[in-house]
Design a protein around this ligand. Structure first.
Ligand code: NCD
Length: 346
């Protein structure tokens, strides 16, 4: 049997050139879908600071609409079918990572998860290099959690796709602020003129920073409370809006007037232990005795993870009448759905 050598070469090289063409088109596609600088602001979600009030309100309204779908009570449109979201989580997380995953799933998008262990970060690859490589695979959005303050914006400067900040060091945790505000509004209605305390390790808390920006923008008065070692000087000047901020180191002097109180975890992983005295719980913990001084309708929040018996007593954290800790988690899925839809408009 003779083999038609010449005849088979031609189609093979045609196939090869077709393949090369497809590869070049794919590479161009990745380059073409790089966000233009003016589109970045509309699709990245890096911080509450600087977010126009109209955008904050629009995200909250959308998240509220999506709540039934977020918690599985209704089926929504799978608007993000065919899209791929990459979760790059270089710090541990339970609620934020899983809720981004569920949010993407409810919208029809596929999710890939990457942690610091199990990825080449453990071999010394940087966050930016990791993100650039994931971006080069043509993902539609990157969600990033990092211990680097400003790390999400750093990634956004180096990749083509939209970037969502899932907590960057001590800087911001903007989707947490959306879910906090959403959970508060479900209980309190408008936040304008409300008095809300954020208590504990303010210095290390990206949650406190983002929540303060959002609450002040929406007209609330934010009381920043904690030991002097854990409250940065000048924190009362950080945000703009119709609300305002005051600092106190004496929780009991303001507790009677609060509409809501958000307890924070002491961030031991960020060396906060040196800033707390042995009497921290009796001075700043939301104990059963201290809860009795709150107005009965006051709302209790905590972003989690909770250090039970330190910043909050079991009985207070689990009280369904005033604690919205698990409602915050449900709102988190809706908030992240709203942010994913904003990042990937159809
Ligand atoms: C917070 C975080 O990671 O910043 N948790 C969260 O995202 N739900 C707060 C914390 O870790 O204490």
């Amino acid at each position: 049997m003779s083999w038609p050598i010449q005849a088979s070469r031609a189609p093979q090289s045609r196939r090869a050139s077709l393949r090369r063409g497809a590869i070049l088109r794919a590479v161009r596609l990745v380059q073409r879908t790089s966000l233009r600088p003016q589109d970045r602001a509309a699709r990245d979600f890096l911080a509450i600071e600087g977010l126009p009030l109209g955008e904050l309100r629009a995200l909250l309204a959308r998240a509220e609409e999506l709540l039934p779908v977020a918690v599985g009570d209704a089926r929504g449109e799978r608007t993000l079918e065919g899209r791929v979201v990459a979760n790059i989580f270089f710090e541990d997380s339970t609620r934020t990572r899983v809720s981004f995953e569920i949010a993407a799933d409810r919208l029809g998008a596929a999710v890939v998860n990457l942690g610091a262990s199990g990825s080449s970060a453990s071999k010394g690859e940087t966050l930016v290099d990791t993100a650039r490589n994931i971006d080069a695979m043509g993902v539609d959005a990157i969600v990033v959690r990092t211990s680097i303050s400003g790390g999400a914006a750093l990634v956004a400067r180096h990749v083509g796709c939209p970037v969502i900040n899932a907590g960057d060091g001590r800087h911001e945790h903007p989707t947490q602020a959306l879910l906090d505000v959403l959970a508060l509004r479900l209980r309190l209605g408008k936040l304008d003129g409300r008095h809300i305390a954020i208590v504990g390790d303010i210095a290390n808390s990206r949650v406190a920073r983002s929540a303060t920006h959002a609450l002040v923008a929406l007209g609330a008065h934010v009381h920043i409370v904690g030991p002097p070692s854990l409250v940065p000087v000048g924190f009362d000047q950080i945000a703009v809006g119709s609300g305002s901020i005051s600092i106190t180191h004496d929780l009991d002097s303001i507790i009677h007037d609060l509409d809501a109180i958000m307890m924070l975890r002491i961030q031991l992983e960020r060396a906060a232990a040196s800033g707390i005295a042995p009497d921290y719980r009796s001075a700043y913990g939301l104990t059963v005795a201290r809860r009795a001084r709150l107005r009965p309708e006051a709302v209790i929040l905590h972003p989690g993870p909770v250090n039970r018996g330190l910043e909050i007593d079991d009985e207070v954290a689990d009280d369904p009448r005033s604690s919205v800790i698990l409602a915050q988690v449900s709102c988190g899925v809706a908030a992240r759905m709203a942010v994913l839809l904003r990042a990937m408009p159809s």
